[in-house]
Design a protein around this ligand. Structure first.
Ligand code: BTN
Length: 251
């Protein structure tokens, strides 16, 4: 594997054997002291990992990457917060593609999918002061060496590649790829990020069924709005959905 040498993510690296949640720990630490951008908190065993929409993130100890990265995207207008999500999602997707030598997709808004299964999840928690995002705690759960996901639609790098990975090496690859897209964000290359994100979307421009709050619809994902909502074209209309307003149906 070629050497990856991240510039700033992971230079300040705080690791624990066991922690409730790396996001919670890092957020609490930012309230206590000023931390350098790129600070990483990692835990081999996370007992109260949190996921999107109030869900929990529970994975086997010692087998997966569960860490949080501190970013200071003060340059990013608040109404462009979703672009941070795009940059991080693209970074993890590219890292997994590098590690597996295969194509992955981003299931809107930020699940990383290998074929039809989730391999990684992202929970970004922003602290806003005035008109600036002063802290973004980017929590990442990437399934690496776990082989059994009883009853969950999930997979891991190891299942996909049929071999185990060094967790530290995987982290380094992920840090480097996130840095690459974060640099694009810093440069204000929004169109580039949006195009890369949209064309990476799971089920982009394919006709599928979705469950909305009211009814089942059939349509195609055509993109995302500026505020990160999912745009689906169905029966010649463009419909817009937030996080809890749409469920992907598996045919
Ligand atoms: C999701 O897909 O629902 C998001 C999952 C995010 C899980 C990670 S694991 C490291 C970090 N700490 C947490 O408590 N959650 C995130």
């Amino acid at each position: 594997m070629p050497e990856f040498d991240p510039l700033f993510i992971g230079k300040n690296y705080i690791s624990f054997e066991t922690l409730d949640s790396t996001n919670d720990y890092l957020k609490a630490l930012t309230n206590e002291k000023k931390l350098p951008e790129g600070t990483v908190v990692t835990a081999a065993n996370q007992t109260k990992g949190r996921g999107q929409a109030g869900n929990s993130w529970l994975v086997a100890p010692d087998k997966n990457c569960t860490f949080s990265i501190l970013l200071h995207p003060t340059f990013l207008p608040i109404d462009k917060q979703f672009y941070l999500n795009m940059a991080v999602s693209l970074g993890i997707k590219d890292a997994c593609e590098y590690l597996l030598g295969d194509t992955l997709h981003i299931k809107w808004p930020n699940d990383i999918f290998y074929i039809e299964k989730k391999i990684a999840g992202i929970l970004i928690e922003n602290t806003i002061q005035g008109s600036k995002i002063v802290n973004a705690v980017v929590g990442i759960g990437l399934n690496v060496n776990q082989l059994d996901f009883a009853g969950i639609n999930a997979t891991s790098l190891s299942i996909a590649a049929n071999s185990d990975f060094e967790l530290k090496e995987v982290e380094t690859v992920v840090f480097s790829h996130i840095e690459k897209y974060y640099a694009q964000l810093r440069l204000g290359h929004f169109n580039f990020l949006e195009k890369a994100y949209i064309t990476s979307l799971f089920r982009y421009q394919q006709t599928h069924e979705f469950m909305t709050e009211k009814k089942k619809i059939r349509g195609q994902i055509i993109g995302v709005s500026k505020d990160g909502k999912l745009l689906i074209e169905s029966e010649d209309k463009v419909l817009k959905f937030g996080l809890k307003e749409i469920v992907f149906l598996y045919d």
